[in-house]
Design a protein around this ligand. Structure first.
Ligand code: DLZ
Length: 167
């Protein structure tokens, strides 16, 4: 299987985020991991021109609550995109599957319901080490990847709203 570095991307492929506003929802479960994801996402947004006061961060108790945390941003704020950050580590029960499927479905539904980019920044790993590897460790930071995806999706939406394809 190919090894992907989540923080490795073509800098020139990322548009300027200067006029953009983002909401980030961070799960408190496995905070050693999710806090690192949030730092990565925030730093990456700033690196691409997003102003600090246009990055709003809220916390929810666990990954299962990420969907509703995202809905609050969509419903009550004027953010251009929402980034959901969490980490679910496989345990002995099927809890893992229910949470992962719930968030994946929840994030997909929010994208459609609000016509707004809602980015799935959920680590779903077998163990703590795999999560650390993807939260600023040897495989980069999924928060970076989520931030880049968010900027690209806002840019795409803006281009449609500005008339792309109507000429
Ligand atoms: C209960 C639970 C368990 C067992 N594991 C995780 C986890 O690995 N990662 C995570 O983000 N949250 C976990 N939770 C909490 C649930 O996401 C949720 O907060 C509770 O089930 C309450 O709805």
């Amino acid at each position: 299987m190919a090894t992907i570095n989540l923080s490795a991307y073509d800098l020139n492929s990322v548009p300027d985020g200067k006029e953009m506003k983002f909401g980030i929802v961070v799960s408190e479960w496995n905070y050693e991991i999710t806090g690192a994801l949030a730092c990565g996402a925030i730093e990456t947004l700033k690196k691409h021109g997003v102003e600090a006061n246009n990055i709003l961060v809220n916390h929810v108790p666990g990954s299962f609550e990420l969907t509703l945390g995202g809905q609050f941003f969509a419903e009550y704020t004027n953010v251009d995109a929402i980034i959901l950050l969490g980490c679910v580590i496989q345990g002995e029960t099927r809890h893992f599957d229910f949470i992962c499927q719930g968030v994946a479905k929840g994030a997909t539904d929010l994208n459609i319901k609000y016509n707004l980019p809602v980015i799935f920044g959920l680590l779903t790993t077998d163990n703590q080490q795999q999560a650390l590897d993807r939260a600023g460790g040897r495989l980069g930071n999924k928060g970076d990847e989520a931030a880049v995806t968010a900027i690209k999706m806002v840019t795409l939406q803006n281009s449609f709203e500005n008339g792309i394809g109507k000429e």
